[in-house]
Write a protein that binds this ligand. Structure first.
Ligand code: KG4
Ligand code: ZN
Length: 389
């Protein structure tokens, strides 16, 4: 009782920062997975200025995956010192708003960032805004254009290590998921296929993208093709037919090893590179086809008009991929599509996207929330204003 009345008092005290203010500083923390990312962003009337940004990634090479307890320890080790460095870099400015990712992601990783963020907001007596991680990815083009483009409504392909979805955003709080993955995310499948090709380290999808840039290609077994999942319309419900699925791709190389009697890891680099290209082409062909089907379906239902202008955002870690970009640019749809590809530097997890999403939320009237808890699962279409105590 004492605790809850203390929290209520804190949250009802007037905040110094006015919602219509257009000159203030935000400190943001992103810690949903294995990156501790911090930034300081200055909000000005017509632009935002990035004063400091740094991301420290946990090296999980030896485990071949992220261990939640190690990620937690990584955040405990890195978040506070990185904040201190960023504050020094920005010459210890006054911070007016603090934001941190509150979900979706790994519970303990989220808790690490949230706790530091709330502590700072409490100490500085400034508002604290919890932020949805995928909203951050979705709004990144708006962050990079200081809120100028795209305007609502717009469509987004959010494609990362944890999510793959096609979203229609009508406003800051109104996001309709038009297609989602039925199993794992595209980035997860790419990481696993890259590991099967013998790659080690972190961000293997990125390494695979780099590895396959070299034009020297060795021969593949005769008739080797990568089949696409969720293609048999007559055997699928409409919802499944209009979905993504990437688990299928994990079994392609092991099956080829059995069928053709070879060990992938022992193949020459040029052959492995060729396999890597075929795999990326197939994964992104699947993504492109499903987007085309959804767009066709939206047009057929009269939700989008033929020839209409459509702003299309491509964001999330995998959006940096060159094969994906080429396939998306070649989308076959009867629409006037304006693409918003996020600069590769800001495709993967970062704190700038959290700071910007926090700015949009704060200026839209979102209540500061010192009681925010991590939400490991948090569908983007349930982005209701946070529950008040
Ligand atoms: O958005 P992100 O940093 O974290 C999540 O929210 O998941 O995305 C990380 C994922 C990893 O799977 C990584 O391998 C993949 O994005 N990735 C890429 C590229 N850069 C990062 N995948 C393919 N091509 C890239 N260039
Ligand atoms: Zn992400």
């Amino acid at each position: 009782m004492i605790l809850s009345s203390a929290l209520r008092k804190l949250r009802t005290e007037p905040f110094q920062l006015q919602r219509n203010a257009r000159y203030y500083r935000v400190l943001a923390i992103e810690s949903s997975c294995d990156d501790s990312a911090i930034c300081i962003l200055r909000r000005e009337p017509d632009q935002v200025v990035l004063e400091a940004h740094e991301k420290v990634t946990l090296d999980s090479t030896k485990y071949g995956g992220i261990v939640p307890a190690d990620a937690f320890a990584h955040h405990l080790r890195c978040i506070a010192p990185t904040i201190s460095r960023m504050l020094d870099l920005a010459r210890r400015p006054q911070i007016d708003l603090v934001c941190a990712t509150s979900g979706p992601g790994m519970y303990s990783s989220l808790a690490a960032g949230l706790q530091v963020g709330k502590g700072l907001a409490l100490g500085w007596n400034v508002p604290f805004i919890p932020v949805h991680h995928m909203l951050g990815h979705l709004l990144t083009p708006r962050a990079l254009s200081s809120g100028k483009a795209p305007g609502y409504p717009f469509m987004s392909l959010l494609i990362s290590g944890g999510h793959t979805m096609l979203v229609l955003s009508r406003s800051l709080y109104d996001h309709k998921i038009l297609a989602n993955s039925l199993d794992i995310a595209a980035g997860d499948a790419l990481d696993k296929c890259a590991r099967q090709l013998g790659m080690r380290g972190v961000m293997l999808g990125k390494e695979l993208d780099k590895f396959t840039k070299d034009p020297k290609l060795g021969p593949l077994p005769d008739n080797f093709t990568v089949s696409l999942p969720l293609e048999k319309k007559s055997q699928l419900t409409r919802a499944k037919y209009l979905s993504f699925g990437f688990a299928h791709f994990e079994s392609v190389f092991p099956q080829a090893e059995k069928k053709y009697g070879f060990v992938l890891n022992e193949q020459q680099e040029s052959v492995r590179r060729h396999f890597g290209i075929k795999m990326q082409e197939a994964i992104f062909e699947h993504v492109g086809r499903k987007i085309e089907l959804v767009l066709e379906d939206e047009i057929r239902q009269g939700k989008i008009s033929r020839g209409q202008r459509l702003d299309f955002v491509c964001s999330g870690g995998v959006a940096a991929n060159s094969f994906l970009r080429a396939r998306i640019q070649a989308l076959d749809a009867d629409l006037d599509i304006k693409f918003h590809f996020v600069d590769p530097k800001w495709c993967t997890d970062n704190a700038l996207m959290i700071a910007w999403a926090g700015i949009e939320l704060f200026e839209a009237g979102e209540s500061p929330d010192l009681g925010a808890v991590p939400r490991a699962k948090w569908p983007l279409d349930q982005l209701e204003q946070s529950v008040r105590i």
